[in-house]
Design a protein around this ligand. Structure first.
Ligand code: ADP
Ligand code: MG
Ligand code: ZN
Length: 606
């Protein structure tokens, strides 16, 4: 609408200009002979003037002079010299009339046109400045720049390898399709859904796919866009965004890169300059609290740094549902490759599984990039179809880029991680009273964790028995034990496990009175003064001898449990081997799968 309006101003301007030019041209075509006043007087005396119009400075009229082609004579024009011309005209019996000097056109030329021109140039310049600095124009218009994409052609089919996230979002789609029916049945929608996951895993894509699947409008804004240079604009934009969205319900509001806007207040270092962001964030919180999801507006956001978000954003009634968009496993990578290869001409029997095998740790964006690189290489080599050599080289290139970002691990490390994680899992499965193993993965998550074993408690626990605590320690030490059995060497990968195991053991001895030697005593936790090097508080509550005893006891517990883990793992080494092979191949296995494997391999114990 608005854009059209701007254009029509230009049309009017152009029209006026054309008319003026045309008039000027026509005037010059209809020949008007300019004659000196003396000649006019002569012609008058010779009675060759037929009619005259007199204005202040000018005499215009017709005359009949030699070679007159015009029907009523030639038009002439002369400058008026004699003010008493009327008497003369009367004398020679020429019909005459007075005329107001028509200066309108000339004025238009000398005034209006330059003004138009000036405004035109000014407008163009303004637009260029605005183009360079987003939001500049918005200041004048007071309207948020919102991208409305009614016709998104992204569906779930364009997103692969994130099946769990998709499953969680199906409900949202159902709701958006028929919000009224959904609420009638008593369904309650979350207000905000936060997509969490590493960069390039398809969060933005997934949000668009939800909109595409449910065929509703999609208001998309990036968190960094809110943080404007003009104070107050960000907050105004949030208000505007919600206002517009409410009119369009059912619809989706999507805030990409929420962390740029939703960083914890008071965080962010340099004093000043962040008021704007805080104001915007506050406005967002106000708007979130102020709307009822029943009207069919779903707020979605994405971030790859959930840990720095302001806790207020995650409170119930705000972004209370988090959907993990994780790195794809091997199967997932294969599917993602399939999607991106749809429009690429490849050789007939391209081994996608092999490609997926060669790309551990890559996310969707990396894979899209990979396909693109391979296609470019094929073009450069003058090939008609993309083949394995191109893909192999493209993988090397993309990998090299990723290695710099510290996101990939080498094959040897992968193997160590696989055995380590299986160590945890097998010990956990072999001991009663440990939390069930849900899944085991060697897909790296960030720099710190190379793999993980996910254990989910089946119920909330407030009390734990000594046996359970000991089992937990054994499980934590299982990772390292497994490394020792297989590689006769241990790695640094277990330091977090060790810290947690030690923590539990120390608590058992000092707080829970679970050590026979130390007895049923409670010793406060040692607090270290931040300013002094020595243990300060707490240390005085027990003697050096007790401290030594505690240390020995803790060490004893850890040693015993480590031995236990070793025994279990040695006994189940066939499971360990088979499981590791499976994990290395699939990168992620479910707890049940491993359980099945254990029952199969060691029927005696089942
Ligand atoms: P994020 O928002 O998580 O950083 P994007 O959604 O922007 O990632 O992904 C960037 C691009 O990478 C997408 O446009 C798409 O081409 C590709 N991509 C990422 N993840 C996937 C996926 N799961 N399936 C298919 N393509 C993907
Ligand atoms: Mg994104
Ligand atoms: Zn571990």
């Amino acid at each position: 609408m608005e854009k059209h309006h701007k254009f029509s101003i230009w049309y009017v301007l152009l029209g006026v200009w054309v008319v003026l030019i045309l008039q000027n041209y026509l005037a010059s075509v209809v020949a008007v002979k300019t004659i000196p006043y003396s000649e006019f007087l002569r012609l008058l005396k010779e009675q060759k003037i037929t009619e005259v119009a007199i204005s202040e400075n000018l005499i215009q009229g017709r005359m009949t002079d030699g070679g007159a082609t015009a029907r009523n004579g030639i038009l002439f024009r002369t400058v008026r010299v004699d003010p008493e011309i009327s008497r003369l005209l009367e004398q020679y019996n020429v019909s005459f009339k007075g005329r107001m000097e028509s200066t309108f056109l000339r004025q238009l030329f000398s005034w209006v046109f330059p003004i138009f021109l000036f405004f035109g140039i000014w407008y163009l310049m303004f637009k260029r400045i605005a183009g360079k600095q987003p939001g500049f124009m918005a200041l004048g218009k007071k309207k948020a720049r919102i991208y409305r994409q009614d016709e998104l052609n992204v569906t779930f089919e364009d997103v692969a390898g994130v099946d769990e996230a998709k499953q969680e979002l199906v409900e949202v789609i159902d709701f958006l399709k028929e919000p009224a029916r959904f609420t009638e049945l008593g369904g309650k929608m979350p207000k905000g859904i936060l997509l969490v996951g590493p960069p390039g895993t398809g969060k933005t894509l997934l949000a668009k796919a939800v909109a595409g699947e449910s065929a509703v409008p999609f208001f998309s804004l990036s968190g960094s866009e809110f943080v404007e240079m003009f104070v107050g604009l960000g907050a105004a934009r949030v208000r505007d965004l919600f206002e517009q969205a409410k009119k369009e319900a059912p619809c989706i509001i999507f805030i990409d890169e929420l962390d740029a806007l939703g960083k914890a207040r008071g965080l962010g270092g340099v004093a000043g300059g962040h008021d704007e962001r805080e104001q915007t964030l506050n406005q967002l919180l106000v708007e979130m609290d102020g709307f009822d999801p029943k009207i069919g507006v779903i707020l979605m956001a994405a971030t790859n740094r959930p840990e720095i978000l302001d806790p207020a954003l995650l409170r119930p009634g705000r972004f209370d549902r988090q959907v993990l968009v994780d790195r794809p496993d091997k199967k997932g990578r294969e599917e993602i490759l399939k999607i991106h290869l749809k429009n690429v001409k490849t050789i007939k029997n391209l081994d996608l599984e092999k490609l997926a095998n060669m790309t551990p740790g890559m996310v969707g964006a990396d894979l899209a990039n990979l396909v693109n690189e391979a296609a470019l290489l094929a073009v450069r080599r003058g090939k008609k179809k993309v083949g394995m050599p191109e893909f192999e080289e493209a993988i090397e290139r993309v990998m090299a880029g990723l290695e710099k970002k510290n996101r990939l691990i080498n094959p040897k490390e992968r193997e160590i991680v696989a055995y380590h994680e299986l160590g945890h899992a097998i010990v956990a499965l072999s001991l009663p009273g440990t939390e069930p193993v849900q899944k085991i993965s060697i897909i790296p998550r960030g720099i710190a964790a190379l793999g993980y074993t996910m254990q989910v408690p089946t119920e909330d626990r407030y009390l734990m028995s000594k046996t359970e605590l000991l089992n937990k320690i054994a499980t934590l030490l299982g990772g390292r034990a497994s490394e020792e059995i297989i590689f006769s060497d241990v790695s640094t990968g277990a330091h977090n496990d060790l810290a947690r195991a030690t923590d539990i053991a120390r608590s058992m001895v000092r707080e829970y009175g679970m050590s026979q030697k130390v007895g049923q005593v409670y010793f406060a936790r040692e607090k270290r003064s931040p300013f002094l090097d020595v243990g300060f508080e707490g240390k005085g509550e027990y003697s050096e001898a007790t401290a030594e005893m505690i240390d020995t006891e803790v060490r004893e517990i850890l040693k015993e449990q480590y031995q236990r883990a070793l025994t279990i793992l040695k006994e189940k080494s066939p499971v360990l081997e088979k499981g590791a092979a499976l994990l290395l191949e699939k990168e992620k296995i479910e707890g049940d799968e491993l359980k099945g494997l254990m029952e199969q391999t060691t029927p005696k114990l089942a």
